[in-house]
Ligand binder design. Structure first.
Ligand SMILES: [Mn+2]
Length: 272
């Protein structure tokens, strides 16, 4: 796990924000969504790569909930776009579990090339070592959650509990990346997930992704906006403070679904 830092505390940043769900390399849908939200994107070729020039609507920034890479066809362009927007002050981003594993590959660790990571690696293998180091460095700087708008808004990848907001630890980092899991696995070998949102009673609105849902799923003061674009669903943005969602349907299905969409069961259902 990356070293802890306190860059999560961005309460002084009041928005407005366009919070964007798991992109997973769905660059075409991301461009369509950003254009619809008023952002500008132009690409210019630089050798074998294309580099974006971007603009944001006045008074608004994009916030990515992570899982930029894997499964979709445009992971490299997605990373380029998000890095450019963040450097320009047009976007903020938290890491997802796929980004975390991708960074481990960038840093030279031996990782299992499953769940779409093989596609991401194939794209980045043509990048120069310096450019790959820049991506790794970018991902390393990302806080595991963002505490925004005077404390009224939290953006994280998979989940957070009220007592975690305002502090950081390895356990909190893990919860932000993977949500509420334990050492149990399902028949497919995936960690069993529990619906932490059913016991969320915090004051801040938590916007997150990680679990595919057909439509933005509001539970207590939380909303999941991963509408499964890479699996043929859609890519969703939640406009804040308006609390309106904007979705772009997937151009096609890029990866095989590994189950039905929907939030997992609450944990108390699993306690014996
Ligand atoms: Mn995801």
């Amino acid at each position: 796990m990356a070293s802890s830092n306190d860059t999560f505390d961005r309460r002084s940043e009041t928005g407005s924000f366009d919070i964007i769900g798991d992109v997973h390399g769905c660059i075409d849908e991301l461009e369509t969504l950003l254009l619809r939200l008023g952002y500008g994107i132009e690409w210019t070729w630089s050798g074998s790569r294309r580099l974006p020039t971007t603009s944001a609507p006045a008074g608004r920034r994009a916030v990515f909930v992570g899982d930029l890479v894997d499964r979709g066809p445009g992971a490299a362009d997605t990373v380029s776009l998000v890095m450019t927007m963040c450097a320009a002050g047009q976007a903020l981003c938290v890491p997802g579990n796929h980004d975390f594993k991708f960074r481990r590959w960038l840093d030279g660790h031996n990782v299992t090339r499953a769940h779409g990571l093989d596609l991401t690696i194939a794209e980045f293998e043509t990048w120069t070592p310096q450019d790959r180091v820049a991506v790794s460095g970018f991902l390393r700087t990302l806080p595991y959650y963002l505490w925004l708008d005077g404390g009224a808004l939290v953006v994280t990848h998979a989940g957070i509990l009220p007592e975690m907001i305002g502090t950081i630890s390895h356990r909190i980092e893990s919860f932000c990346l993977y949500g509420d899991t334990d050492n149990r696995r399902n028949a497919g070998g995936f960690p069993i997930r529990y619906n932490w949102a059913t016991r969320y009673d915090g004051a801040a609105l938590v916007v997150y992704g990680h679990t595919c849902v057909d439509e933005p799923a509001w539970v207590n003061g939380t909303v999941c906006i991963d509408t499964g674009c890479c699996f043929g669903g859609s890519l969703t943005a939640l406009r804040y403070p308006e609390r309106q969602s904007v979705s772009v349907p997937a151009v096609r299905q890029y990866a095989v679904r590994d189950g039905k969409f929907g939030l997992p069961p609450s944990r108390q259902n699993h306690l014996k």
